[in-house]
Design a binder for this molecule. Sequence first.
Ligand code: NAP
Length: 490
Amino acid sequence: MSIERHVRVAILGAGFAGLGMAAQLERHGIPDFLVVERAQEVGGTWRDNTYPGAACDIRSDLYSFSFAPKPDWAFRYGRQPEILEYLRGVAEPLRSRILFGAELLSADWDEDAAVWRLRTARKTFTADLLVSGGGPLIEPTWPDIRGLDSFAGPRFHSARWRHDVDLTGRRVTVIGTGASAIQFVPELQKVAGRLTVFQRTAPWIIPRADAPTSARRRRLFARIPRLQRASRDWVFLMAEARFAGFRVKPIGRVFEAVARRFLRSEVKDPALRAKLTPDFRIGCKRILISSDYYRALTQPNVELVTERIASIEGSTIVGVDGGRREFDVLIAGTGFDATHPPIAPLIHGRGGVSLADRWSPHMGALRGTTVQDFPNLFLLVGPNTALGHNSIIYMIESQLDYVLQALRLMDVAGARTIEPRPEAQAAYNLRLQRELAGAVWSTGGCASYYLDEGGRNTTLWPHRAAAYRAAVRRIDPAEYLLEGASRQRV
Ligand code: NAP
């Protein structure tokens, strides 16, 4: 393999995480980095998810980097085009160091040279450090339905929306009722001739108090950044307060009562309401927020089907009880495989072992970021760093700071490599799993993508977001093995 270039830091992915890393390296005077991006544009999940109604279910106050504030969000909850625009703005000064159309083929740790060897669709190069910003919610999951291929008409996943397919007046079938579907179903209802929604599990839904932001607020935030920061802090604290609903059963019950009252006010038909009433504890799956989903389901052109899907026969979807429904277009809102990040099989650490193999049967990392036997590798939005109640951007920023600390630690120690001590990683994960045991995500009576096939929660951080920041605020050298240029442990 002919190496075309060496950089200090290689970053995988130009979504929120990867761009955040690039921006922070730049800000901290470490300009020798290259971002590898498979697409021709930045944005990650906010580039890929263009379905109608795509928006953030976290308040826009929290949905920007603290070091790149955006005072002029148009809505209280950011819409996809505006979030993507924001990310393009963040990427603007970094573009010359983003390699577009460069899908990662492999990243192999070279033990002797102490570098990562990267092969991409465009270039091969080496890097001292590898930072993965390849998020877990990126590769669409299709349901395994008998006869799916017998349907010759248009079918697509919500994360690969086919804008060229005109849905006006068509018979559209949707599979899934998760965070994505509840956003695009109300939009589809407005245009489809007939809309059939297949629901496997009724989600908990609370209303979304969305509204355009006022011109006055935008002006004030632009003029007085401190005011914007105060507002952001307040919204953050409110979001943190909601965490109690996951941990304290009676508070969870209050949330359930609020959601049930909302359902009663929106859906008058008792049969439909019964179908929409969740049978698990709130918080077990991601709590959804929407003010128009329930209403959309009550419209005459919509049918909510709870019968399980048995098969597809051409343009007929067949239920296990024999129900047969014709359709013209099939849309899967069936989510992603969060416990098997698609980047993991491509990264090979010491001894050639892949991250996917290392993570079989369970994902795990030290502080959600570093992995034993994968020196100089940092994972953003790594294992157990996702949240159900607050902004992922806050978690990403906490990790970015942790990575910068690791670089400083290496500099100070004169080390070429850093990796977690096995016992530190094991102890960290033992503690995490102990803290997760008995929590609503495992005992709330649901199946969710938070859990892997062994039933272990390897995706969620079990505490408030601020507790994660505290956990990574100061890197603990005792948790790491540092090796110097002479390959002596320092
Ligand atoms: P999801 O939450 O995983 O929902 C997938 C849906 O498809 C569920 O209703 C699931 O049913 C159903 N499903 C899956 N396989 C099925 C099958 N074989 N047959 C029938 N139904 C099936 O996926 P998503 O809605 O795309 O959301 C994924 C995540 O993306 C969210 O949790 C969130 O983290 C993120 N997201 C964020 C936002 C935001 O505003 N920030 C917006 C959209 C998405 P079960 O419930 O029975 O499994």
